[in-house]
Design a binder for this molecule. Structure first.
Ligand code: FES
Length: 205
């Protein structure tokens, strides 16, 4: 069962500017930027290196929206560990992505309260109208959806989703579509969501 990586310490130094949207959608990660990010993760011994790996992966994941396999290789090299250990972490924790995100990113809650209140019909709506399932991205690159089996922590407004920085509750198919339409029209992206989302659970895979 996948888990969500624990919240870890924030950045320890100045990072390169976020790539622009074209780069977000380009499907590759600048490994020089990854190496620059990793220079802030220094360690004295193997134990300390192991403790920093999750922080580094989270930082890369937040910066680019995902962690590519070449980026994972760079992380492995930096911390003197095997690439397979890094791949294992990336697949174990639900908040790591190994594919690029679209311009907008949705966490659709499919926990018990949301399920009871009809989240399955929302999952179906996303598949029927946008052709996108869990972990998928629409063909135009506008929207990536992640279905969360756990709880997004706002059961009183179930069923709900978090789209970029905003929560949308008591969703119906119509209000879900409105939220997506408005987010796209507003022109922002998943970068609008700076805070870590306290997701208690795993994603469907
Ligand atoms: S189960 Fe969806 S917010 Fe709690």
């Amino acid at each position: 069962m996948e888990e969500v990586a624990p919240v870890v310490a924030g950045r320890t130094g100045n990072l390169a500017q976020h790539p622009d949207d074209d780069v977000i959608l380009k499907g590759e990660i600048d490994l020089d930027v990854v190496r620059e990010m990793l220079t802030h993760f220094t360690y004295r011994d193997h134990q300390e290196a192991q403790e920093l790996i999750l922080s580094a992966l989270q930082e890369i994941n937040e910066h680019f929206g995902w962690v590519s396999l070449p980026a994972a290789d760079v992380v492995a090299e930096h911390f003197g560990t095997s690439a397979s250990r890094i791949y294992g972490l990336l697949t174990f924790y639900a908040d790591f992505r190994t594919q690029p995100r679209g311009r907008h990113f949705m966490l659709l809650c499919h926990g018990m309260a949301c399920y009871v209140m009809g989240s399955q019909s929302l999952v179906q709506e996303l598949e029927d109208r946008y052709g996108v399932g869990d972990g998928g991205t629409t063909a135009d690159g506008e929207l990536t959806v992640q279905v969360v089996n756990g709880c997004l922590g706002a059961c009183d407004i179930a069923p709900l989703c978090k789209l970029d920085a905003d929560f949308h509750g008591q969703l119906t198919a119509e209000s879900l579509n409105n939220a997506i339409r408005n987010a796209i029209a507003a022109g922002g992206s998943w970068r609008d969501a700076h805070a870590h989302v306290p997701v208690n659970g795993s994603s469907h895979d």
